[in-house]
Design a protein around this ligand. Structure first.
Ligand code: PRP
Ligand code: URA
Length: 210
């Protein structure tokens, strides 16, 4: 049983695209397209509760009572693999700010090592969408939320694609207030910290490395 604020999308478009994304025969170009498309769909689901305020708009036919967003949004991709999730979402919300965090997992200890942080001194947005396709041990996600909270971020949502149960449990235990949006929760982690069946290394598959 997953906690109430862990959402695993059953949307048919997401599930169909995920099946192609996982396939080891999928080349980097197609892989990047799928990361982009799945991210847009997941972000659509993850932003269902953004605040709105009423706004009147004059159409050619009269006055329409509309709504506009009240909250400024920050997109926080975790380098490298989170980079591929930004562009598509940003097209959907062009007013968003993008703040990069660079982390890699030490292959031996599996602990996250921070090497880049482009956050401004104080938060400029109300909602942060943290973007990283893979939630494996959860170490990178917990470290990123720690950084964002220390910075002063008010509302943080994690948007990922595939998680291991261990990663979901660790992120939720450390930060129960952070909703987790995913396309799938897989079976397990293997002995070297990869998600099984997963999709392999999300950074390498996007950038043609490894
Ligand atoms: C991957 C992934 C996450 C992290 C998840 O990044 O994009 O950031 O691993 O693993 P965790 O939950 O066990 O911390 P990686 O360290 O491989 O760096 P990369 O994106 O630069 O390839
Ligand atoms: N990072 C990845 O890219 N894939 C995994 O399975 C685990 C961590």
């Amino acid at each position: 049983m997953l906690p109430d604020n862990v959402f695993v999308s059953g949307h048919p478009l997401i599930q169909h695209k995920l099946s192609i994304l996982r396939d080891k025969k999928t080349e980097p170009k197609k892989f990047r397209e799928l990361i982009r498309e799945i991210s847009i769909l997941l972000a659509y689901e993850a932003t269902f509760d953004l605040g709105l305020k009423p706004k009147q708009v004059e159409t050619p036919m009269g006055i329409a009572r509309c709504n506009e967003l009240t909250e400024a949004i920050g997109l926080v991709p975790v380098l490298r693999a989170g980079l591929g999730m930004v562009e598509g979402i940003w097209d959907m919300m062009p007013g968003a700010e993008v703040w990069h965090i660079g982390l890699f997992r030490d292959e031996r200890t599996l602990r996250p090592v921070q090497y880049y942080n482009k956050l401004p001194v104080a938060p400029t947005v109300q909602v942060c969408l943290m973007l990283d396709p893979m939630l494996a041990t959860g170490g990178s996600a917990v470290a990123t939320v720690d950084i964002l909270k220390k910075w002063g971020a008010q509302r943080i949502k994690y948007v990922g694609i595939i998680a291991a149960p261990e990663g979901v449990e660790r992120l939720h235990a450390a930060h129960p207030d952070v909703p987790i949006h995913l396309a799938a929760v897989d079976e397990r982690l293997n002995e070297i910290g990869y998600i099984v069946p997963g999709l392999g290394d999300a950074g390498d598959r996007q950038f043609g490395t490894g």
